[in-house]
Design a protein around this ligand. Sequence first.
Ligand code: PLP
Length: 449
Amino acid sequence: PQTDPQAGAAVKAADRAHVFHSWSAQELIDPLPVAGAEGSYFWDYDGNRYLDFTSGLVFTNIGYQHPKVVAAIQEQAATLTTFAPAFAVEARSEAARLIAQRTPGDLDKIFFTNGGADAVEHAVRMARIHTGRPKVLSAYRSYHGGTQQAVNITGDPRRWPSDSGAAGVVHFWAPFLYRSRFYAETEQQECERALEHLETTIAFEGPGTIAAIILETIPGTAGIMVPPRGYLAGVRDLCDKYGIVFVLDEVMAGFGRTGEWFAADLFEVTPDLMTFAKGVNSGYVPLGGVAISGKIAETFGKRAYPGGLTYSGHPLACAAAVATLQVMAEEGVVANAAVVGAQVIEPGLRDLAERHPSVGDVRGVGMFWALELVKNRETREPLVPYNAAGEANAPMAAFGAAAKANGLWPFINMNRTHVVPPCNITEAEAKEGLAALDAALSVADEYTA
Ligand code: PLP
């Protein structure tokens, strides 16, 4: 990459003067000016290049600037940049057809949104109207988006400042053996006890008051906790037993991330509604949506669905989705995530865990991995406290700085680093990233006891 520190300084100055950033204390952040990106890498104006182990915010599933998708966006812009949602438009029709072809079971109708949070909002609205019931059950250790209903469904500290206390949401514990709430010692016990806990929660809340259970198929930002075999099938059974709509949120886990088209395919479950965004077009143009089962689509057959968006199925975003889905199929991107995940990333991370005392747990699948960093492997005490900030977060900050100094941009959330590179990452790139992680973990090790 060419260097141009002056241009970088101008970009940063205007940002600092005028851009109000997500989830941040505006005076305490220091955003890196980005000059460009390609494939699995991006670079700044000072000549530093980074291997992106974050895929942006886990959305560039085919990497940056894929030439075929860029060309498709250019072509759509030249042909029909935009059109109102009430019309049938080629890019929108084709995107819906291709998505419906990949989604499990009879999830064959697609309602397009601008992103993940509004997909969750609409899924919940559909479930409430379909059942005529008010409440939603969701898991602690989850993230479902930043809008009011979605953030109230979220089960992590991002909810707290916006908790309305009256959003009709009840949280429960999903399985997570490493930090079990159920005193379980095996995955099977964890699965059985988590299902028992969920059924008890349903019984005490009143089954007739519950519209939906929403779960990330594999929770993402909250820690990539792959559920034990049988859990999601068990939740499916409970939903059927009590007439509850089962919503799977695949905003992060969908479109190749797990080495399957959808994480639901890994567990052979079909929800009633499935939310998606991010990887649907690698985030090149904002797009999300809800895939809807026949039964729920029928509810809105003769009765109007009371919801919509100006940009529902925006042609530019849909053209990017069509091209992305074609590229993923032609270039074997989903299989690549499975193979490089199983043959390079997983053994590489397990090897790091053996050599670094700061690594307490390694979990994941495909291109969707978390390392849980701990002070002490025996006690499993996190390297930094839950929701730590400032000085208390220094060990994770030092780990992050060391990764960047070694040319790796890491995903960090609380005491975890996630390994979530593009799904089309090469073996050589994956190995390069693992070597940088190795160096950064030596810094984290200094904080163990
Ligand atoms: N659901 C899940 C599982 C997510 O990971 C996210 C974003 O990270 C969202 C919903 C919200 O998506 P968006 O930021 O596009 O609104």
